[in-house]
Ligand binder design. Structure first.
Ligand code: ADP
Length: 398
């Protein structure tokens, strides 16, 4: 069974074709600048990456181009489109309506659309991808895999904000959490690597990328996570502020003469380690600048680590213990110095890190010492594979 995995944004569309039986990626790539001019990147397994400039006025043309590339007689990986058995879509916000992946029907599209005011940048773009695929592959079943679904197991005490309850009742203002597909995949994989039953572990997953979040997974269920109603809450990220005293927003708005949209722009795009350092949102640039003596780059890294430490401490406390800590995503998988800065402060949990193992880049590895009370692992995330697996599960039980 082959699954086409689609992650659709407003002007881009990432895709992979995965053979669900062997879990081999047959081809992958992306369409960029959709609606502007258009560029297709296509890479068959074991082959060269090709880039083609082509007109893509809408996502429908983009999907058509992807499919044409997949069945291209020279470089394609499929004989015909009949070989695509299902499409798995990454959908960002499922609100409270979706606690699991689901077969995409017209009702599901309408329900996801209804969640759009909770994720105005993401859900409409995701649905454009769904509609484009439906137009081009009308008879192929499609499954939606939500970033929020894994966190729907959070108890009320974790997901409610300390604000009037009627805002939850009327408008569903609450913590939802994101990166759920990644947190679920990584926490499961860690249990497999450690050969422990998934439903017996207390795991903290640190998904540290440009967007970053931490999740507490107890007995296989998400019980708390750092992102909230939107992906702005929680950790200090590449350009997002994470947690901030809401009064600071009013204070800055008055001083800088900004309206709410202006403030949100600052908190989403001009803050985080980029805002603190004034150097970059990319940790590789920050490390370089910090080494060269740039004080603000040094402090930005420390601010980032400090917030991660606070969340790890909070989740170890709220779960009444922790057995496993995992690092994943761009930074978590690759940056040994940040992992070391974090783990050096976790001695109180009985954690000790094997410095040599911690040199790892982008590979599954236990980086704690054999006598460390809590196991610490690097587990590269694979959201596309997780979406493929979910899609197969749903299609099988259809
Ligand atoms: P997102 O998917 O949220 O855009 P990623 O998971 O791709 O983010 O992570 C991107 C970040 O990971 C980069 O901004 C960079 O800071 C960090 N990163 C990626 N590769 C490395 C590396 N080799 N060393 C250190 N940091 C890295």
């Amino acid at each position: 069974m082959n699954v086409l995995v689609i992650n659709c944004g407003s002007s881009s569309l990432k895709y992979q074709v995965i053979n669900a039986d062997s879990e081999e990626v047959l081809a992958k790539g992306l369409c960029e600048r959709i609606g502007i001019d258009g560029r297709l990147v296509y890479q068959p397994e074991g082959g060269e990456k090709e880039t083609t400039e082509a007109d893509m006025p809408t996502h429908t043309e983009a999907v058509r181009m992807v499919l044409d590339a997949l069945v291209n007689p020279k470089t394609g990986v499929l004989k015909s489109l009949e070989e695509i058995d299902a499409v798995g879509h990454r959908l960002v916000h499922g609100g409270e309506a979706f606690a699991a992946s689901t077969l995409i029907t017209d009702e599901v599209v309408a329900a996801v659309d209804e969640c759009s005011d909770l994720a105005p940048l993401h859900n409409p773009a995701n649905l454009i991808g769904v509609r484009a695929c439906k137009e081009v592959l009308p008879n192929v079943p499609m499954v939606g895999v939500f970033d929020t679904a894994f966190h729907q197991t959070m108890p009320e005490e974790a997901f409610l904000y300390g604000i009037p309850y009627e805002y939850y009742e009327k408008y569903k203002v609450r913590k939802y959490g994101f990166h759920g597909t990644s947190h679920s995949y990584v926490s499961k994989r860690a249990a497999e690597i450690l050969d422990k039953p998934y439903d017996s572990l207390k795991t903290i997953v640190c998904h540290l990328g440009n967007g970053a979040s931490i999740c507490a997974v107890e007995n296989g269920k998400s019980v708390d996570t750092s992102m909230g109603l939107s992906p702005l809450e929680g950790l200090v990220m590449g350009t997002r502020s994470g947690d901030i005293d809401p009064s600071a927003m009013e204070f800055i708005a008055k001083k800088e003469n900004l309206d709410m949209a202006g403030i949100m722009n600052v908190l989403n795009k001009e803050s985080g380690v980029y805002g603190v350092s004034g150097v970059s949102s990319d940790f590789r640039d920050l490390e370089q600048a910090a080494k060269e003596g740039n004080k603000r780059a040094q402090i930005a890294r420390k601010v980032f680590v400090h917030r991660v430490l606070k969340y790890i401490g909070a989740y170890a406390a709220s779960m009444n213990g922790v057995d496993v800590i995992c690092f994943t995503a761009g930074l978590g998988e690759n940056d040994g110095s940040i992992r070391e800065m974090i783990c050096n402060n976790l001695g109180y949990l009985g954690i000790s890190i094997d410095k040599e193992a911690n040199q790892v880049h982008g590979e599954e590895k236990v980086i704690s010492t054999s006598d460390s009370k809590v196991k610490v692992l690097v587990v590269p995330t694979n959201e596309e594979l997780a979406i493929c697996r979910e899609t197969v599960e749903i299609i099988k039980n259809k």
